[in-house]
Design a binder for this molecule. Sequence first.
Ligand code: SF4
Length: 237
Amino acid sequence: MFKTYKLTEDPATLKKLVDALQKNYDIRTRGTEVHVSDLVQICLREQGFRRVMPKPITEFTAFYFLLGEACHIAAQKLIDGVKTEVVVKTADKKVQGHVDMVLNLTGTPVEVKTSTARIRFVAQHYITQLMYYMVMLNKRKGHLLYFWLSQGRLPTDPKGTLRSPSFGMYEVTITDLEFATIKADINNKSKLFSKATAEYETGGIGALQQLPAAKFDETKAFKCNSCKYVTECNSID
Ligand code: SF4
């Protein structure tokens, strides 16, 4: 068969799709309410910047956003015995969250995550997010469903067997004391976040100085390497 067709890259059409994806991303990450996802990220100050000074996402971010959404939607569609996208609110209705799945039998939350990490650490901020949902649902138990998208090794065997892309399911349980601590944490962080973002309207960028910054914590400072707000953040300290 003669090859008569032409195959060329088409960045113009790709841009249209990425722009459309950006709109969807904006709807999910902006607004005036405080979301659980605002409070559990590695840097609360970055979340404050994202709220008051939103910037366009890169094609790289759009790609992983789409990949994450694809896994969420597929899991929610294909797994029976669960309610999906369950909206939860704190008693004072000031913080809300969308739980990926809640098991019908036990009412416990399941948070779905994707990761391309080569060492399969379960990220602390994902555990925190799940624990927030557990408290908001008045549960002491919850689950994290991971999609490990790359080949990787266990943290206990960092030079050992390379495992194929696969699922991981993890159970998290908390004590009554932890439950009370997390409840207080949601309350304190949400008040601080609301105050700082509201004060930005009158006081400008300096209002965000009151939000804890990853750069002052050596275990979290790596976050600054990929942050779009480095210049603004350094200007207020
Ligand atoms: S530069 Fe670092 S500390 Fe500042 S907002 Fe970004 S991630 Fe947070």
